[in-house]
Design a protein around this ligand. Structure first.
Ligand code: BGC
Length: 770
């Protein structure tokens, strides 16, 4: 058949086939391009497209989002976008990505960011708990899993690690970091960056990190979140900045600027921080993202006149990307047209963002394979790692007459009363950030105990009082998070809840009382003035203890609480922090001795909030506490912590002896080796955490009474002894001197102590010479 009709048909069909083939090729090209060169891209981009790359857009509608380039999805369609955040769902991520890659002129993929702080689906213990493990290798391992799960769901960028030093337990965000110490904080920062990013940044199962909040956020006045921080330069260099430096040295790809005023200049407009320290001193080549809305907030601070001024000040201070406020979108184009900002400055800011996308392989693989998500998330391996992380993070604070571990055979112990408003909690074990990703199932402490007790021991539960904040949290009832207040109780319901708990304790052999804070109480915007066991929990505890039954107090909380009474009257106290998805199992393992606790405190534990800020590495002062009179003591309570930094018990005991130094004197710049013997003096295997502290006796500035400069967690069989080695070189012995105004290692006399906490007694000394 070769009719004109056929030829027409044939021509038309071939055209259609060609069109289909062409469309398929185009789609392939737009959905899986080859990695371009960042400079080449820049040359082709309009100013608006560049400004869109400098913007991180909210993944859900925000009423006061500012932008003169349109609403978020229109911006993506017309100009693309640097990043989108708060989208934990892969389907939505793919939908947004298709708009960017298929519809925008430059087809540049979006970088999706989220707070994957300690897990995405499998939620690990919160960062303060992870730091309590003193086990960087374990911490690296869990963040590797967090990265794997997050990346499988389309998240390529985590807003972690949070490395803010926190010396004040009133501050609600202490839980998100590694505590008060720059050395431990630096070790945890490094481990987390390695875990998230791996050796090869951009590998398909890793995410890029954003070390935050740069810097000094944890020193908020009065422990009030977002309040101003006043931190002298020497404290910045010696205490607040080292964990950031460590994270960047480990390869952290991005930095998030903080919310608060630092010495009267908001961190998000602070050129000293973002340029002098970050770019000049540290040679940082990645990019800086503001904290959420922080560019616009420069107006609220009273630092910027208006949106235009805010965009200008943040941008010229060194913030590459505006998180969620739209201020760059609204004002930066104009700033370039008015010649206040040059195109070279814009290009320099866009470049590292494009490079990050290239490094992450987003041009080749912009989309998530939704069919593979499930198999990455629910693996028994991840759950097991989470359980071990709990076992290793728990800190045993008190254990009189060996009440713990409990006997699970059922031979002596026949019944357990599990009491308290956090005993059956699931979401509250996850902490704030664990509740905004896509958490999988969580094992409550009640369930962990019940399953472990099996049929041998009868377990019964009584809730006790409800936990509620006096002033509600802005995160309460947010659709994206599972954080909720507990239901309100009338006075009668409260009384009955205590009576029920007491009567249950009375008819049980042991009471495990689980108290602390719901996750809304220890998080962002969750500062508190008192540290007591709130909402009648103290009354509950005392009433249960008054039954005369042995009591084990398990704390679920985000900061040290005032447990002075418990520390004298409750025989066993276990600090669990927010332990995550496997919390119940890990804690039951510890309570019944299937795991021997080896966690140690990453913060000094105050007796009450009147002591705050409290930290072990303070200066000696003219009248130190060891003087008979005229000391810096309070006259009403002891000024020492209830439990010192580095403290933690085990079901076994350890001794530290035979400290040796490689030489009694060394020259500045040389290394001194320190060795010590650690012996397990008890009758079961356990982990010791050996800690090395130093003190410089004199110099160009007063130096802290002690500073942690080495630690090792080691497992020892009953009776076993191991010799541990530490090195003290210039890295450990230097400090930033306020008189020399630079880093110095000084030829002075040094003390060292080695032991199981910051009050270690085993002493040595050495001298550094010119
Ligand atoms: C927090 C950051 C967080 C950001 C994005 C802010 O409120 O301060 O820590 O990364 O939100 O969720």
């Amino acid at each position: 058949m070769d009719s004109p009709t056929f030829r027409r048909l044939h021509r038309s069909l071939s055209r259609q086939v060609a069109l289909v083939i062409f469309a398929a090729c185009a789609a392939t090209f737009t959905s899986a391009q080859k990695a371009p060169n960042a400079q080449d891209l820049l040359k082709q981009m309009t100013l608006e497209e560049k400004v869109a790359q400098l913007s991180q857009l909210p993944g859900f509608p925000l009423p006061d989002f500012e932008s003169s380039l349109g609403m978020p999805q229109d911006v993506v369609r017309k100009y693309g976008a640097g990043s989108v955040l708060w989208l934990p769902d892969a389907k939505e991520i793919n939908r947004w990505q298709h708009i960017a890659v298929d519809e925008s002129r430059m087809h540049i993929p979006i970088l999706f960011g989220l707070d994957v702080i300690h897990g995405y689906h499998t939620i690990f213990p919160a960062p303060l708990a992870l730091a309590s493990s003193w086990d960087p290798a374990m911490v690296e391992g869990v963040q590797t899993i967090a990265a794997r799960e997050a990346r499988a769901a389309g998240i390529q960028w985590t807003f972690a690690p949070m490395v803010d030093i926190a010396r004040d337990a009133r501050w609600g965000r202490m839980i998100e970091g590694a505590g008060e110490d720059p050395y431990l904080g630096a070790a945890m920062a490094r481990a987390q960056v390695r875990g998230f990013q791996g050796d090869k940044p951009g590998a398909p199962d890793r995410v890029i990190t954003s070390v935050k909040h740069f810097a000094g956020y944890g020193a908020a006045d009065g422990g009030r979140d977002y309040d101003s921080s006043y931190i002298p330069e020497e404290l910045m260099w010696n205490v607040y900045l080292p964990p950031f430096k460590a994270a960047l040295d480990a390869g952290a790809g991005t930095v998030m600027s903080a919310y608060m005023d630092l010495n009267d200049v908001p961190a998000t407009g602070n050129r000293w921080l973002l340029h002098d320290v970050l770019r000049e001193s540290w040679n940082f080549k990645g990019f800086v993202v503001s904290d959420a809305f922080a560019v616009h907030s420069l107006i609220t601070h009273g630092y910027a006149r208006d949106g235009q001024d805010a965009a200008y000040k943040a941008f010229t201070a060194g913030v590459n990307m505006d998180m969620a406020s739209g201020t760059y979108l609204k004002y930066l184009v104009e700033a370039v047209r008015d010649k206040r900002v040059s195109m070279q400055q814009i290009d320099a800011a866009v470049l590292p963002i494009l490079e990050a996308k290239i490094q992450l392989g987003l041009f080749e693989h912009p989309f998530v394979d939704e069919s593979k998500i499930e198999q990455v998330m629910n693996t028994p391996e991840h759950a097991q790692k989470a359980r071990v992380a709990v076992q290793r993070s728990v800190v045993l604070l008190r254990n009189e007459k060996g009440l713990l571990p409990l006997d699970k055979s059922g031979a002596q112990l026949k019944s357990i009363a599990v009491i308290g408003p956090l005993a059956d909690a699931e979401n509250d074990l996850l902490s704030m950030w664990g509740s905004i990703t896509k958490p999988g199932p969580t094992v409550s402490i009640l369930r962990g105990i019940t399953e472990k007790a099996g049929s041998a021991i009868h377990v019964e539960f009584s809730h006790g009082p409800s936990l509620r904040r006096v002033f509600p949290s802005p995160f309460d009832n947010l659709p994206m998070s599972s954080m909720r207040q507990q239901p309100e109780q009338t006075r009668e319901q409260f009384r009955k809840s205590i009576d029920d708990a007491v009567s249950l304790a009375g008819r049980s052999d042991v009471a495990v009382v689980v108290l602390g804070e719901i996750d809304l109480m220890s998080a962002e915007s969750a500062s508190r003035a008192s540290l007591g066991l709130s909402n009648g929990q103290q009354e509950l505890l005392e009433a249960v203890a008054a039954t005369g039954k042995p009591v084990v107090l398990v704390l679920v909380n985000g900061r040290p609480l005032d447990i002075s009474w418990a520390s004298e009257h409750v025989p066993a106290i276990v600090e669990a922090w927010y332990p995550g998805s496997q919390g119940g199992n890990g804690i039951a393992d510890v309570l019944f001795g299937d795991a021997n606790p080896g966690g140690h405190l990453p913060v000094s534990w105050p007796r009450n909030s009147g002591q705050l800020p409290l930290y072990y590495n303070h200066n000696r002062t003219q009248n130190p506490e060891d003087r008979a009179d005229f000391t810096s003591r309070y006259w009403d309570i002891a000024s020492t912590p209830l439990y010192p930094f580095g403290y933690g018990l085990s079901y076994t005991t350890f001794s530290f002896d035979n400290v040796k130094l490689s030489q009694a004197s060394a020259r500045v710049g040389e290394r001194i080796e320190v060795s010590v013997d650690v012996t397990n003096t008890g009758s079961r295997a356990g982990d010791a955490v050996a800690q090395l502290y130093i003190h410089q006796r004199a110099g160009s500035a007063s130096r802290p009474v002690r500073q942690l400069k080495g630690f090792q967690r080691v497992n020892l069989a009953a009776g076993a002894k191991q010799t541990l080695h530490f090195a003290l070189g210039p890295e450990e012995l230097q400090f930033w001197s306020p008189t020399a105004r630079k880093w110095v290692v000084e030829p002075e006399q040094f003390d060292i102590w080695v032991g199981g906490d910051s009050t270690a007694k085993l002493h040595g000394e050495f001298r550094l010479t010119e």
